[in-house]
Write a protein that binds this ligand. Structure first.
Ligand code: NDP
Length: 284
């Protein structure tokens, strides 16, 4: 890409830009404008979800860009109330309609919900396999899956997830799941890459930022890029959206990478829900 964003090749042969734009907590009425700004800056990979209720704004921004649909990489995710196959099929149709496209580049199971649906996320995955086989989801993957859940999918289904989108940032490096992913050729997508802002005032990160002449956010995003993970920081602020993309003209040395790795706080560092207990179904 002209903006210098590298592509990552997935286990199904498709490619995904390593940096994208996330729209969690962008209000539906503001999403079109936010995504239009990101597109102007050079982002082509957008991460949305049925749960965010802003897929339509993403679709409108893509349509208004005047660029070909094939220039974009759009991800969406199945909402928690729709895990039964027939519900998932209808919800997937609504996603394509909202995006204004006859396909989505990547479709994920948002949460495994092991305490709901009799713990049967396998039937949900088999439904995503249908979407993949029909070509309406070019790639399929999961989000918030732990190694034991991925092992079960591996044993009971045919298609391996292309990605596992999980919380990863310097305070919660999530190494066990990242390692399982990489050993099984599943790309790691690191969500909340700056821990929703929490890591930016860490003194070690501030010191590295001063040393390399970049902002703390750029340092942390660069750390993810050098670890090989896919990221899509979210911001409603144009200057920050620009800043977050300007991370391909510098490199962190090994000691800086090791310092950031060492900030991991384990479970205490997690900002989002724990996938083993998450059981929230949003109201319609
Ligand atoms: P992020 O780690 O991307 O942080 C977003 C917050 O950081 C916002 O408050 C934003 O403020 C602020 N921010 C962004 N850039 C900068 C900057 N350069 N300097 C200072 N502050 C900054 O959190 P998210 O949780 O949004 O994660 C990113 C994406 O990951 C989501 O949008 C979503 O696509 C995905 N995600 C997926 C989940 C899942 O379960 N699969 C769960 C959570 C996220 P402001 O907007 O005010 O500028």
């Amino acid at each position: 890409m002209s903006s210098g964003i590298p592509d990552i090749t997935l286990n199904d042969g498709r490619t995904i830009p390593q940096l994208g734009f996330g729209v969690f907590q962008v209000p539906p009425a503001e999403t079109r404008a936010a995504v239009e700004t990101a597109i102007e800056i050079g982002y082509r990979h957008i991460d949305t979800a049925q749960m965010y209720r802003n897929e339509q704004g993403v679709g409108e921004a893509v349509a208004a860009s005047g660029l070909d649909r094939s220039e974009f990489f759009l991800t969406s995710k199945l909402n928690n109330g729709y895990h039964l196959p027939e519900d998932a099929r209808k919800a997937f149709d609504r996603t394509l309609e909202a995006l204004g496209s006859d396909y989505v580049d990547l479709f994920l199971i948002h949460w495994p919900l092991p305490t709901l649906y009799n713990g049967d996320f396998v039937q949900t995955w088999k439904t995503l396999e249908e979407f993949y086989r029909s070509g309406r989801a070019r790639s399929i993957g999961v989000s918030n899956f732990t190694p034991h859940q991925l092992r079960r999918l591996r044993a009971e289904t045919e298609i391996r997830p292309a990605v596992n989108q999980i919380e990863v940032h310097p305070f919660f490096t999530n190494e066990e799941t990242r390692t399982y992913n990489s050993e099984n050729e599943i790309a790691t997508e690191a969500y909340s890459p700056i821990a929703q802002g929490e890591v930016l005032t860490d003194p070690a990160i501030e010191a590295i930022a001063r040393e390399v002449g970049k902002s703390p956010a750029q340092v942390v995003l660069r750390w993810h890029i050098q670890r090989g993970d896919i990221i899509f920081p979210k911001s409603k602020t144009k200057a920050r959206v620009e800043e977050n993309a300007a991370i391909f003209d510098f490199e962190l040395d090994e000691p800086s990478m090791a310092t950031i790795n060492s900030l991991d706080k384990g479970e205490k560092g997690r900002t989002g829900a724990n996938p083993d207990t998450m059981a929230w179904i949003p109201e319609n």
